[in-house]
Design a protein around this ligand. Sequence first.
Ligand code: ADP
Length: 240
Amino acid sequence: MSIAIENVNKTFGSFVALDNVNLAIKTGELTALLGPSGSGKTTLLRIIAGLEQADSGIIRFNSEDITGQHVSERGVGFVFQHYALFKHMTVFENVAYGLTVKPKKFRPSKADIAKKVNNLLELVQLGWTADRYPSQLSGGQRQRIALARALAVEPKMLLLDEPFGALDAKVRAELRRWLRRLHDEIHVTSVFVTHDQEEALEVADRIVVMNKGRIEQDGTPEQVYDNPANPFVYEFLGNV
Ligand code: ADP
């Protein structure tokens, strides 16, 4: 699934959160939206997801104009920093959730759901946690379960908002490598938000640097780090 964002604007009151943003993301790419706090990264992600409407501009999925379409019709999987797992459900039930709430017509059989959930738990290497509750897992393990849950509904696109945000440095590093590996296996078009330059460098195929609602630079990690487009990018990347 490719994504095109064309002339997208978004204001909150008099505050300009997105200022005429244009961006094209190719199918299968793992893209980082990188920038300081308040630069509009989450707003852009939410507009792609359909959780927020742009004031003007167009969003296309595979060239088709889907501007204004409801989030449930967009086929996206989410992983948010604060998007906690359901505490009262086991890991298995959490991952199965998206499948069990499908309308009857589209709902897989119990056996198919079990097979799928177990495969996903194997994919994130946490098969042994199926009967546990989220509180019995580490932060990194919970985030991997959140990824498995997002993948259960076979999203055409995976959107991740600071997916490593609340974790300590060692777990973050592990999870970064792990996300990269997972992406290489399943190739789903993915966009993740981060304010951490190293994270973007290590994980992404492509880095989009944002500041004050605008895209300052867009390219491979090598292009962005070797040739910063302007003083802002140069300074922002300076401490890597
Ligand atoms: P980032 O993800 O880069 O930190 P955001 O997209 O979250 O930036 O936010 C950009 C700015 O827009 C922030 O300063 C924030 O206060 C403002 N903003 C975001 N969402 C809302 C909202 N629903 N209402 C008012 N202001 C908002």
